[in-house]
Design a protein around this ligand. Structure first.
Ligand SMILES: CC(C)(COP(=O)(O)OP(=O)(O)OC[C@H]1O[C@@H](n2cnc3c(N)ncnc32)[C@H](O)[C@@H]1OP(=O)(O)O)[C@@H](O)C(=O)NCCC(=O)NCCS
Length: 325
């Protein structure tokens, strides 16, 4: 009933099906609504194993009308700074412009401040994230966060690889390229769980520590996968998909010494082929990255664009903006 007051409670695992149903209705972009279950699973259930996460449920009476998930950030940026991220916020379409989003964000800011955060980011918090930031087409969300004192920070984009037709450049055969690589001692195959120590060590040593969990989330998990290139028993490149969402590709990396040898495009297209076999018609190459490489190797196009926001919530902040209620 409409005259019942909104209250906010902490989300529990038992209520996840209601949250998924709410996200299916409330995520205005069809491609996100279709993956609502995985999104909730990634940012709430899986993320909780590794980092402090809270889910907040806004209810009218007992009916869920809004949800927010936020987390303490894993990799301080800049180092030493404590910050938190809002990973998901959705209000039921019929409940918009009644202050539900404002109330949820105020709770989140307080929860994060209590855990030492001095800033809140509306940005992807790898490895468990559903978007790099707010898709520009979620215009109400952009309006809401500006009204609530967030300022725009960075921009990020995805590229789309079209897997919907056989002749797509994203699905070009890799056989000839793999034969060429074999002549210089490089072999490519699907990664197995037993490869994880070598894979994560390669990713950490070559690119820093950020991709371990995404690799763990890709290798040997249903709705995900990873391919790896080897030379002389050592990893020289990898590409993964599905760790956060089944339609999303990444991360990938080639040993800088081997860049330009064609390893990356073979790994990329092997993953895209897997994604097509999993029924995905449009793969999202997330949060790129080298646009000319993805364009050339898979005919991918920039499509989704995301705005990243941040807000100072430190006790000594001078920035003007709406205070939590
Ligand atoms: C973004 C969203 C959560 C906002 O929730 P909400 O409950 O409607 O927001 P509020 O009512 O608390 O709005 C707070 C302020 O934001 C601004 N705002 C919100 N929606 C707006 C809109 N459509 N146009 C202009 N301003 C808007 C207003 O200033 C508003 O205050 P006011 O109503 O007093 O003027 C909701 O629109 C939503 O669920 N969108 C779809 C999911 C989404 O985009 N999530 C973000 C990406 S994960």
């Amino acid at each position: 009933m409409d005259d019942e007051r909104i209250s906010v409670t902490e989300l529990t695992i038992e209520r996840l099906p209601e949250v998924v149903a709410l996200c299916r209705r409330g995520l205005d972009l069809a491609e996100d609504a279709a993956e609502a279950e995985t999104i909730v699973d990634t940012v709430y259930r899986r993320a909780r194993v590794d980092r402090p996460v809270v889910g907040l449920l806004a209810v009218r009476g007992t009916k869920p009308v809004g949800v927010l998930v936020c987390s303490v950030a894993g990799q301080p940026d800049p180092p030493g700074a404590a910050y938190g991220c809002v990973d998901l916020v959705v209000v039921a379409p019929e409940e918009r412009r009644r202050g539900v989003g404002r109330t949820l964000l105020a709770y989140a800011e307080r929860w994060l401040a209590e855990r030492g955060a001095r800033e809140v980011l509306l940005a992807g918090n790898p490895p468990y994230y559903a978007w790099p930031g707010i898709d520009v087409r979620y215009t109400p969300a952009v309006c809401a966060v500006l009204a609530l004192g967030y300022r725009q920070d960075r921009t990020a984009w995805n590229m789309t690889a079209d897997l919907s037709y056989d002749d797509s450049p994203a699905l070009r055969s890799t056989t000839e390229a793999e034969r060429r690589l074999a002549t210089v001692g490089v072999t490519v195959r699907r990664a197995e769980p037993a490869d994880l120590p070598a894979l994560t060590a390669f990713a950490r040593d070559t690119f820093g520590g950020a991709w371990d969990r995404e690799l763990v989330g890709s290798v040997g998990r249903a709705g995900a996968g990873c391919h790896v290139a080897w030379r002389d028993g050592a990893v020289v490149g990898f590409a993964a998909w599905g760790s956060s969402r089944p339609s999303w590709f990444g991360p990938m990396g080639t040993d800088p010494a081997a860049v330009g040898s064609g390893i990356g495009s073979v790994l990329l297209r092997r993953c895209l082929r897997d994604q097509r076999a999993a029924g995905i018609a449009r793969a999202q190459i997330g949060w790129v990255g080298p646009v000319p490489f993805y364009s050339g190797s898979a005919g991918a196009r920039i499509e989704r664009v995301f705005l990243l926001y941040r807000k100072d919530i430190s006790p000594d902040r001078t920035q003007t903006g709406q205070e939590p209620e």
